[in-house]
Design a binder for this molecule. Structure first.
Ligand code: SAM
Length: 214
């Protein structure tokens, strides 16, 4: 594991309990995010490719109950063993495993869809083609990808400091144009893109992209 990935993993091990508390019930208060995830669920089921999906960079596993409630069978992957430990504890009905999204332990074209909810923002530019290629590898033709990200100028920033937990790591507020290019370049076609201004304690606008595997 390279030094940046190790820094990111170690930081998220420290952040796992903090996120579990801070994000508990957050989806209930976010109708726009629920609506987009719900659209992903509906389109994925309508594609008739099965209901097996991956939540890639699943963190504390908080999305799994929502995805399952909408008819999908999610499993979660995350770089951070600390996050996976919390996800298994808080959502025991689901499968969660440690894995890097650039090397998923999943067969080619075996998933009806992938969710990458605020988990693609840590990739250095040089890693992005391989990462998006890996997402395309695991999704069946006709399946879907949905992603949420901090939207900005794609410049690197240092994240984590505001938590006061003594961690920091590289994070990129990604340009929606670049995200769309990466996704289409990997073999997906855009279905929906959008964004919204920051709310509450959020420091950036948020971007959303839903795409279908060609
Ligand atoms: C901001 S959290 C979001 C967690 C979850 N998706 C959510 O919405 O609550 C970002 C997560 O992405 C994970 N992550 C970052 N880079 C990753 C990678 N290369 N492979 C797998 N997980 C990664 C982090 O460990 C962290 O748990």
């Amino acid at each position: 594991m390279d030094a940046k990935t190790e820094e990111l993993r170690a930081a998220h091990d420290v952040l796992a309990e903090f996120y579990a508390v801070r994000l508990a019930g957050a989806l209930d208060r976010m109708p726009l995010e629920r609506a987009l995830l719900g659209l992903f669920c509906d389109l994925t089921l309508a594609a008739d490719l099965g209901s097996s999906v991956a939540d890639v960079g699943c963190g504390t596993g908080r999305l799994a109950p929502y995805l399952a409630g909408r008819g999908l069978r999610p499993r979660g992957f995350d770089l951070s063993p600390g996050m996976i430990q919390v996800a298994r504890r808080d959502h025991p009905g689901f499968g969660f495993d440690v894995a890097d999204l650039r090397e998923l332990p999943v067969e080619d074209a075996s998933l009806a869809g992938v969710v990458c909810w605020y988990s693609l923002m840590y990739l250095a530019p040089a890693c992005r083609p391989a990462a998006f290629g890996e997402l395309a590898r695991v999704v069946k033709p006709g399946g879907y990808l949905v992603t949420a990200f901090k939207a900005g100028d794609s410049q690197v920033r240092r994240g984590g400091r505001s938590t006061g937990l003594g961690v920091e790591f590289d994070v990129y507020w990604l340009s929606p144009g670049e995200m769309e290019q990466r996704v289409t370049g990997a073999g997906f076609a855009t279905v929906f893109w959008g964004g919204r201004p920051p709310e509450g304690q959020e420091g950036s606008p948020q971007g959303y992209l839903l795409a279908q595997r060609s």
